[in-house]
Ligand binder design. Structure first.
Ligand SMILES: Cc1ncc(COP(=O)(O)O)c(C=O)c1O
Length: 429
């Protein structure tokens, strides 16, 4: 175990708490979303799949900026494209030709694209998709799945942090869990001719059960509603055309974000011709930095790299290697813990009743032991193109050691004593 200092990280965190709402720009990045006191709070730089914190400690990272980094940090082709564009200019009073170049690339690769609009955040993209769906159907109610961002329509469906959201909009938001087709059917029966759209990620961790995605699409269309895939996480990570190509289901509208530009801020709402042409004259979606050229240059470089190199093959192979490697070790050690999900987005679950009773604590002990040994993860792994076999081997060895600590904590009867930092907690966004 290495001797780590995190002094500078936590000095900055004290300042951050006094400067920013929630101390941060994204709750999920803050120490309270990791293991406070054990995880680094601020990262100075990254290269490939490694990051260095502000105290100079090096880590193999699997959290990948909460999703955006698909190729790795400091990826030559993307960085060069950004530098070349920077020399020409970032944004102008008229449009940039690079908007056309990228738009045509998206239309080539993503089945659900006829027209589109570029935005800056995943939340902006899902907000735009909801506006389009309501304009197209003339209806108000939205059935939503998991997390879709911070704007009123979706945040009003959460329990925490409801300040400033009009309670009047809450009746228009209904929630369901992935694979809960019966629940969606129930909403369509209960609110006939009122539902504008169902929005869901096409994939999270569970496989779609009983042809869930196709049946969801049919259900929407039979009831005059649109199906929106929120591919803010899955887009460009599962496949160049999004998870809609992996599962071969084309939605009416799609949102992309995190994975579009290897860390540069870009998102998009895209849709099929009939819908986009019809709503075009009536919807207002407009933003100053939508055509910002550095991000578009990065996005083009990312797609070209994906066209020419085996980016997704490597991500899938590596992710599967991590799932199997994790599960083999857990089994050998006799720990009720399992890696689950699809290779591009892997998570963990406990299947031991004793552990489940204190799941947050054990999750925190596991993450703590990984961070101490030089591996950073959220409660999930995002394999990227430049994670190496050496990174994978090192990480699996760290996982094994972390599993043994968790096992000792379970057997001790006093697992709290094994936690050196503060436990991670449930976070929205
Ligand atoms: C599925 C999904 N949609 C939308 C968003 C919102 O994206 P952003 O944080 O860029 O606004 C997120 C963010 O985590 C997400 O995971």
């Amino acid at each position: 175990m290495r001797n780590r200092y995190l002094d500078k990280s936590y000095e900055l965190w004290e300042k951050g708490k006094s400067l920013f709402l929630g101390g941060t720009q994204l709750y999920s990045k803050a120490p309270y979303a990791h293991i406070e006191g054990i995880y680094p709070a601020y990262i100075e730089r990254g290269k490939n799949a490694h990051v260095w914190d502000v105290d100079g400690n090096e880590y193999v990272d699997w959290e990948m900026a909460l999703g955006p980094i698909v190729l790795g940090w400091g990826y030559e082709r993307v960085d060069q494209a950004v530098i070349d564009q920077l020399k020409k200019g970032m944004t102008f009073s008229q449009m940039s030709p690079i908007e056309i170049e990228y738009g045509e690339l998206l239309r080539k690769h993503v089945p659900s694209v006829y027209k589109m609009r570029f935005l800056k955040t995943g939340s902006g993209a899902t907000e735009a998709a909801i506006r389009i769906a309501r304009a197209y159907t003339g209806r108000k109610t939205i059935i939503r799945g998991e997390y879709h961002g911070w704007h009123d329509w979706t945040a009003s469906g959460e329990k925490a942090r409801q300040g400033g959201i009009l309670p009047e909009i809450r009746p228009f938001i209904k929630k369901f869990e992935y694979n809960e087709l019966d629940k969606v059917e129930g909403y369509f029966k209960e609110f006939p001719d009122q539902i504008a759209a169902v929005i869901t990620e096409p994939v999270i961790l569970e496989p779609p059960k009983d042809d869930f995605l196709n049946r969801l699409k049919t259900l929407c269309h039979e009831n005059g509603a649109l199906l929106i895939f929120d591919e803010v996480v899955s887009g460009f990570r599962f496949a160049i055309g999004g998870a809609q190509t992996t599962f071969n289901v084309t939605p009416d509208l799609t949102t992309f974000g995190k994975g579009m530009a290897n860390g540069m801020p870009l998102s998009a709402v895209v849709g099929i011709q009939e819908i986009m042409d019809r709503v075009d004259p009536s919807v207002f979606i407009s933003t100053t930095f939508g055509g910002e050229a550095l991000s578009l240059a990065a996005a083009i470089a990312l797609i070209k790299e994906m066209e020419e190199q085996p980016v997704h093959q490597k991500i899938w192979d590596l992710g599967n290697h991590m799932i199997h490697g994790f599960n083999d070790r857990a089994k050998r050690i006799g720990l009720g813990m399992r890696a689950k999900g699809y290779a591009p987005r892997v998570s963990f679950e406990f299947d031991d009743a004793v552990i489940l009773r204190k799941a947050w604590l054990y999750k925190s002990i596991f993450m703590q032991e990984c961070a101490k040994r030089g591996v950073l993860l959220g409660w999930c792994l995002f394999p990227c193109y430049t994670h190496t076999q050496e990174d994978a081997d090192f990480t699996l060895q760290v996982f094994e050691e972390a599993m043994m600590v968790v096992k000792r904590a379970v057997e001790s009867g006093h697992p709290e004593k094994f936690l050196e930092g503060k436990s991670t907690t449930a976070i929205l966004g």
